[in-house]
Design a protein around this ligand. Sequence first.
Ligand SMILES: [Zn+2]
Length: 287
Amino acid sequence: MLVSAKEMLQKAKEGKYAVGQFNINNLEWTKAILQTAQELNSPVILGVSEGAGKYMAGYKTIVGMVNGMIEGLGITVPVALHLDHGSYEGCLKCVEAGFSSIMFDGSHYPIEENVAKTRELVKICEEKGMSLEAEVGSIGGEEDGVVGAGECADPMECKMVADLGVTMLAAGIGNIHGKYPENWQGLSFETLEAISAQTKDMPLVLHGGTGIPADMIKKAISLGVAKINVNTECQLAFAEATRKYIEAGKDLEGKGFDPRKLLAPGAEAIKETVKEKMELFGSVNKA
Ligand SMILES: [Zn+2]
């Protein structure tokens, strides 16, 4: 059964570790992530962007697949199914489809409008027992065609949004989506400390987990980050393993063209990446 991300993130914040959000793209992705979480006895959040939602034929398809997989694979660790960077309309669709968690990305609205829309969604999520992530200050890089500039969030705006009753808060601290450029300045721990001081017990979310050095991840967790989003890294691992398989000509040997064989190295690579991240984030054996 899907659960809200509230309890797992409050425990993570208290215990000074972080729960990984791993974005899914298809059945293989979802299965690899769920199996790894179960094997490592770790809570997990499955992230779905609106683009991935469309790709997988809609949110109801995803809810059906994930619920079926939890039963079929005997998954007993806490699993939250979460909309990543949702629009207001996208959030409502996921509530209806049976997601257990949503992110409303109102960062591109003026703060007053972000607050008004977030307030509406807080009410809905409370009624449904769902968790809600809000974002303050845009996160750099590209996500589904939307390019953000990678600013640092204003700690007072963070407090204002946290006080609305959201479950977790994403705040820009110099992090970006996708691969980090060579001249990246690193995370702003000064900003993170100021946000933590204002938002107290609120689990903070670090987007763009791909390519942030391990020591910065650990420091961010020590300063209140309790959820870290990983997307690009699984994609890179999947693509590399699949390319190797084909370049080695394995699809031409015997029944190597069978999709169950062709996609297996990529799925294994995702498992390996998820395992590394869960170990780094400290969520192993915290289910
Ligand atoms: Zn993000």
